[in-house]
Ligand binder design. Structure first.
Ligand code: HAM
Length: 411
């Protein structure tokens, strides 16, 4: 479990604020579910045969002997909560988003943590390809606002139930005869979830799936029309995508459209974002049949891969009261600068002006505002640029703010 120090925490908060703004702009509203859920919820939704349920959950017994789990993902908890609240009286579509910690017992490495963070969104109650477009569009807009460029959406469809069961049968027909050549993991998956063999990284499996039948040939008419319409919509919206036949995703609740976005900046194949349709999950968790689609962004990965320029700092200012009489005005100035969006800190003057200026510089303040008896008498502020050493006087607060925000001292 990783500590987010003050620099990282600030970066996370900045990215979260970008996400909130973009998601709210599309009509998504924030939702918060418990960190701990009944284990059964994830077993039923994410699926018994998945890595997440099979080997990555933090599961424990509570004092009443119930099996509980730290949430490994957010879709099942959101669906559980909205089903319990009663979906029949809800005006659909429901558009919800969540931001918070999730837990998976994975091997920790760059971009992969046991406590990680997701920004997720769920659009519940809209079966149209336009809903698929909307969630992908929100994602692309968010990632662009974070400074990413040149991203491509990897896209696939798992078809409807009928398409999927026919594809599954054909895939088994292809893989059973070569069962012995498959990795041990894939041999086990033949019985539980043969589609996952398609995205296995093991060489033995890659050879076996190279000439496997493709999903495309098994799509029902309606699944094919949906997928083709989504691609038209993406083209019209100018969103770059590629159809990726091996994309199956590691959670069992998916149906139809699935997608991922990766970034070369991460230096691995790990996805920044994953999502897709889960048209059966609401009914499986006890609600009325309701189509849905969503995604989750790996916040840790976004922060790691994000271009530097997007993580801009607010200007920092140290305020120095050069006499006791100046303290009240120094405090008042600090408050005014903070209201204007700057970071303002009152300097500790016990070691003298020189030391205070040095310390302010080391703490990352670009500026110092000095207020002594002369400034009090004349109603002025002296401002010093700590990088260049230049100093000047200004006569009103708005000029002071402007000077610091613009970052240059005028002659
Ligand atoms: P997921 O693909 O399992 O999907 O996770 C989404 C994203 O969370 C991944 O692309 C990755 O960026 C991040 N992530 C996952 N595990 C870790 C980890 N151990 N460390 C760091 N980042 C990680 C879901 O969770 C689905 N609930 C998404 C969804 C929402 N589908 C429909 N609605």
């Amino acid at each position: 479990m990783r500590v987010l120090d003050e620099a990282l925490a600030e970066e996370y908060a900045l990215v979260e604020s970008i996400a909130r703004e973009v998601l709210r702009g599309y009509g998504f509203r924030e939702f918060r579910t418990p960190i701990v859920e009944r284990t059964e919820l994830f077993v039923r939704s994410v699926g018994e045969s998945t890595d997440i349920v099979g080997k990555e959950m933090y599961t424990f017994e509570d004092r009443a002997g119930r099996s509980m789990t730290l949430r490994p993902e957010g879709t099942a908890p959101v669906v559980r909560a909205v089903v319990e609240r009663g979906l029949r009286n809800t005006r659909l579509p429901l558009k919800l988003f969540y931001i918070g910690p999730f837990f998976r017992y994975e091997r920790p490495q760059k971009g992969r943590y046991r406590q990680f963070h997701q920004i997720g969104a769920e659009l519940i109650g809209d079966a149209r390809p336009e809903a698929d477009l909307e969630v992908i569009q929100v994602l692309v807009e968010f990632l662009s606002a974070c400074g990413f460029s040149g991203l491509e959406v990897a896209l696939q469809t798992l078809g409807d139930d009928d398409s999927r069961s026919r594809f599954r049968a054909a895939l088994l027909g292809h893989l059973e005869p070569v069962r012995e050549s498959l990795s041990a993991e894939s041999q086990a998956r033949l019985a539980s979830n043969p589609l996952r063999i398609l995205d296995s990284k093991a060489d033995a499996d890659r050879a076996a799936v190279a000439d496997a039948p493709s999903m495309e040939t098994f799509l029902s008419e309606s699944a094919r029309v949906h997928f083709e319409r989504l691609q038209e919509l993406l083209q019209d919206a100018g969103i770059a995508y590629r159809v990726e036949p091996g994309l199956v995703r590691g959670l069992d609740y998916y149906t139809g459209t699935v997608f991922e976005i990766s970034s070369a900046d991460l230096g691995s194949q790990d996805a920044l974002v994953g999502g897709g349709r889960y048209d059966n999950l609401v009914a499986e968790l006890g609600g009325p049949p309701t189509p849905a689609i969503g995604f989750a962004i790996g916040l840790d990965r976004v922060c790691e891969a994000m271009p530097e320029s997007a993580t801009s700092d607010q200007p920092r200012v140290a305020i120095l009261a050069l006499s006791d009489a100046a303290e009240a005005r120094a405090a008042e100035t600090a408050r005014a600068l903070r209201r204007a969006g700057l970071v303002a800190e009152l300097a500790n003057m016990t070691s003298g002006v020189g030391k205070s200026l040095q310390l302010a510089d080391r703490r990352g303040s670009g500026w110092a505002v000095l207020i002594g008896d002369d400034e009090l008498a004349d109603g002025l502020w002296s401002v010093k640029n700590l990088a260049s050493g230049e100093q000047q006087s200004v006569g009103d607060l708005s000029a002071l703010v402007e000077l610091i925000q613009e970052g240059s001292l005028k002659p």
